[in-house]
Each structure stands twice: as structure tokens, then as C-alpha cells.
Design a binder for this molecule. Structure first.
Ligand SMILES: Cc1ncc(COP(=O)(O)O)c(C=O)c1O
Length: 293
């Protein structure tokens, strides 16, 4: 595909800003949307609009099939072992909040420790601070060196028996540093410590294979990779997701509801309460088809 052909996919590039042709360089904040995604959104509302997993009528069945197909596309895109390990969220921020809330409730207590790096986006700092207030653990901050790289020598000294989780970005949104996540994961796993990777800036740039990385969680946003706003993904290993309590309560995340005893749904639905941003999921699937590397 030539650059000219790719440019034609993005109608917004025809816009004039201050009487000049638009030059858009803010892709780290959000990517522009190709015409195929814009048309798919419109077609969805024109021809398929209905709720997923909630109706036996044709439109609902079709929308549900597309929604679940999108999940499998994402599974293949990041080479996850099972499609049940793909949780649809509103974006990286919600994915990390989900882990900070549910993982900490199950696995972290007073006097435990977690490690986050100094390079992190606020969405990989504040959710841990909120959880810290509740569960009273310690947050150890992994510093970076003058050249912008994480200090792995310090990292090795921070890992200890009390460390229950490491959470670092794949790529720093501020410095552009590509972190040695494979090494960080290997070092952590040697001590049995799970690792969350904030992939908001990683997935748009690299082929990500979560099984090869062996990360325990990987979070990313659709809108930074040409999908519309409002859809993201949390990949998590089943061994952790199965044990973690639900994050939100509501429809879809339950098997049975009564005032005496409510039982929760299986993965991935346990973590997907309420009507999802499924239009966005369909587009994420479409976008993966267009621009897969
Ligand atoms: C590294 C990183 N993490 C997390 C986020 C948050 O992503 P979102 O706002 O899509 O949830 C961003 C957004 O810029 C980011 O660059």
C-alpha cells in the first residue's frame, strides 16, 4: 500500500486548519480514524443496531456473533491462548483500574509491595494509589536513568518476597523509551511475581505476542490504533482472572441473581457488566483486519 493510498483512507486529512492542509502528529494521544471504520460505525446503526447477549431475535444474534468474533480477532492479534482471556473495557485506564481493584482485593494485603516505574502514565499510577489507600500496601517506584532507560539494577534490588505485582509501560508516552519488558517479566517471574504491561503505546507500534512475552496482564486502548473512542482490552492469564472478583456489578456479569445469593458469570463476562461498547468492538476487529502488521 502506498503512502498516498493510506492517506486516502483518512478523510480528516482533507481538512484545512488555519487555511492549511492538516498535518496530524498527535497519534500518541489518539489516532485518526480510517474511512472503513467510520463507515462500519454508520452501517452498524443503519443495519444491525441491537443489544448483544440479550435477545433471541435475528439482529441481536448477528450483533452477538460479530461481537464474539471481534474478541477472537483480538485474541489472534495479541496471540492470547484463549479468547476468554480477552476482556473488553473502555480503554487502558479502565483495564488497569480493573486489575488494581480486583487483583489487589484478592492477592494483596497490608505490608505487601508492588513496583511501578517512574516513567508511567497517570493511569498506571493513580489506580494503585487508590488501591493502596484501601489495602495499605507499599508502592515502590522504579527510577529511570539520565538516558531515559529504567534502572534494572535498582529493579533487582526492589524485587523481594513481599512484592506481589510489577506494573510497567511497554513504551513510555512521555520519553518514548521502549522498556525491556521481556527482561522485567523474566526477572519478576523468577520470584513468582506477576507483571502487568501498560501497552497503550506498545500495541500501536509492535507485534505483541502475550504468550511469548509471558506477561500476566496486558492493557491497551482501541482509539490509539484507529478504532473509535471508548473501547479497550485487558488481556489476563486465566489463572489470575478466574480467581479475581468482579470489578463492576450489573447485567451480563451474573449467572443467577437473588437477594439471598448471586452467582457470577464465567470469563470473560464476569468482568463485562452492562451493555458493552460493542460497536467499537466491531470496529476494532475491522481495524485489525485492515492494518494488521
Ligand atoms: C502509556 C499510556 N498508558 C495509558 C494511557 C491511557 O490511555 P486511555 O486514556 O486510552 O485509557 C495512555 C494515554 O495516552 C498512555 O500513553
Amino acid at each position: 500500500m502506498s503512502l498516498e493510498e493510506i492517506r486516502k483512507d483518512f478523510p480528516i486529512l482533507e481538512e484545512k486548519v488555519n487555511n492549511k492542509s492538516l498535518v496530524y502528529l498527535d497519534n500518541a494521544a489518539t489516532a485518526q480514524k480510517p474511512i472503513q471504520v467510520i463507515e462500519a460505525m454508520m452501517n452498524y446503526y443503519l443495519h444491525l443496531n441491537s443489544n448483544v447477549h440479550r435477545g433471541v431475535h435475528t439482529l441481536s444474534q448477528k450483533a452477538t456473533d460479530e461481537f464474539e468474533l471481534a474478541r477472537k480477532e483480538v485474541q489472534n492479534f495479541i496471540s492470547a491462548k484463549e479468547h476468554e482471556e480477552i476482556i473488553f473495557t473502555r480503554g487502558t485506564t479502565e483495564s488497569i483500574n480493573l486489575v488494581a481493584s480486583s487483583f489487589c482485593e484478592k492477592f494483596i494485603g497490608k505490608d505487601d509491595e508492588i513496583i511501578v516505574s517512574e516513567l508511567e502514565h497517570h493511569s498506571n499510577i493513580v489506580p494503585w494509589q487508590l488501591a493502596q489507600e484501601k489495602y495499605k500496601f507499599k508502592i515502590n517506584v522504579l527510577p529511570f536513568k539520565d538516558n531515559g532507560e529504567l534502572d534494572l539494577d535498582v529493579f533487582k534490588t526492589l524485587l523481594n518476597k513481599k512484592t506481589k505485582l510489577v506494573s510497567v509501560a511497554h513504551v513510555s508516552n512521555a520519553l518514548g523509551t521502549i522498556n525491556p519488558i521481556k527482561e522485567i517479566i523474566d526477572l519478576s517471574h523468577k520470584q513468582g511475581i506477576p507483571v502487568l504491561i501498560d501497552g497503550a503505546q506498545g500495541v500501536p507500534h509492535f507485534k505483541v505476542d502475550v504468550q511469548d512475552l509471558d506477561c500476566d496482564f496486558y492493557a491497551f486502548s482501541g482509539h490509539k490504533m484507529y478504532a473509535p473512542m471508548g473501547i479497550g482490552v485487558l488481556y489476563g492469564k486465566r489463572e489470575y482472572l478466574d480467581q479475581m472478583p468482579p470489578y463492576h456489578g450489573g447485567g451480563e456479569m451474573i449467572k443467577d441473581v437473588s437477594f439471598e445469593c448471586t452467582t457470577y458469570n464465567d470469563l470473560p463476562y464476569k468482568f463485562e457488566a452492562g451493555t458493552p461498547q460493542y460497536l467499537m468492538c466491531l470496529d476494532l476487529k475491522l481495524q485489525l483486519n485492515i492494518y494488521t502488521r
